[in-house]
Design a protein around this ligand. Structure first.
Ligand code: NDP
Length: 327
């Protein structure tokens, strides 16, 4: 038995690889981070190889790193037929939000047609599918956290492509969970945290939008939540469906930048702390509109799966410590 992880070289994919390889190293019934690692079915799945598929080489921790253009659906399906995974985790996506406006065919291929093919294959072959989606499926007009029951209404091509991907998985007959998240950051890849640290090294003043509200989420926390969901799903099959996961602190981008520079100063990662100026979204036009408010209600995943949603400060500190180690 095995796990096939698409997008293994991306920011979430790298954290998922780390999370599952750690689990694999723990003996059944042993302890991981103070918690009993006792799910024999997940252990069985994890005793088999973890295949990472991406257009870039996947982390070395994967048992087999397959370099594959996932927009070639036939070739990807042939890989599935060859590898016969028991669990498919789809962390690959077209994530270039603005570029999606002018590249809708390619964005829909990755974000809607690929999950459609994965869901069909998983349904036909008895595999479980874990798929990811985004707060961009909402238009951001709400004034209270979005629940899973709220009707999506994407305002961008990226959001529409991700919504189409959700729908095809949710309507499929494979066992699945769709996890929606928001504002991901990590020590790798392209994200707001790394952009802020880079800009701080180049400039003494920065202008950051303060009228978009969401929940910054460390990709590692989403990977941990994913493992907990999979453990429960494989142990005692539960209802398939959609769930929200984001970390526990609501912020604007400006507030997130302030938290980053406070934590980076404390970690001695900054030579100088830049002066921050708040600006409105209208001062910073983008090709694709952003949801002004995209806080996700996480009550379902917390209650049903016992998942915790850590606060921003603790997660940022841990993420920056890792960046410091890698320096
Ligand atoms: P990344 O862009 O970091 O990772 C996606 C990976 O998929 C990248 O390695 C990317 O390669 C790869 N990929 C893209 N196209 C192809 C292709 N045609 N063939 C093979 N590989 C390909 O995204 P994240 O890890 O940030 O996102 C993971 C999931 O979480 C996605 O479903 C995303 O929609 C969702 N999400 C992300 C949020 C965020 O803030 N980033 C917020 C909420 C949800 P390359 O880098 O070369 O493009």
């Amino acid at each position: 038995m095995s796990i096939l992880l698409t997008g293994a070289a991306g920011q979430l994919g790298r954290e998922l690889t780390r999370e599952f390889v750690r689990q694999k190293a723990a003996p059944t019934g042993g302890r991981i981070g103070g918690r009993i690692a006792g799910n024999p079915l997940l252990h069985e799945a994890l005793r088999g190889p973890i295949f990472g598929v991406d257009r870039k080489p996947s982390p070395a921790a994967c048992d087999e790193a397959i370099v594959q253009d996932l927009s070639d659906l036939d070739a990807t399906e042939q890989q599935l037929a060859r590898l016969q995974p028991r669990v498919v985790i789809n962390a690959a996506a077209w994530t270039a939000v603005d570029a999606a406006e002018d590249n809708q065919t390619a964005a829909f291929r990755l974000n809607a047609e690929l999950p459609g093919m994965l869901a069909r294959w998983c349904g036909e072959n008895g595999a479980f599918l874990l798929h990811y989606s985004t707060d961009y499926v909402f238009d951001g007009q709400a004034s209270r956290p979005y629940t899973e029951a709220d009707q999506p209404h994407p305002a961008s091509a990226y959001g529409r492509s991700k919504r189409a991907g959700e729908e095809v998985v949710l309507e499929s007959r494979c066992r699945h969970v769709v996890l929606r998240s928001s504002w991901l950051y990590s020590a790798h890849g392209q994200n707001f945290l790394l952009t802020m640290l880079k800009l701080a090294a180049e400039r003494s003043e920065l202008r950051v939008v303060d009228d978009q509200i969401g929940c910054p989420t460390w990709a590692r926390n989403l990977a941990r939540a994913s493992r907990l969901v999979l453990e429960k799903q494989l142990g005692a099959p539960m209802t398939s469906g959609l769930m929200h996961y984001c970390d526990g602190t609501v912020s604007s981008w400006y507030g997130f930048a302030e938290a980053i520079f406070a934590a980076a100063s404390a970690a001695k990662l900054l030579d100088q702390r830049p002066q921050l100026h708040s600006v409105a979204s209208s001062d910073y036009p983008t090709a694709a509109p952003r949801p002004m408010y995209s806080v996700l209600d996480t009550a379902t995943i917390r209650k049903r799966y016992g998942v915790k949603t850590p606060p921003l400060e603790a997660s940022l500190t841990a993420c920056l410590a890792e960046l410091n180690k890698g320096k």
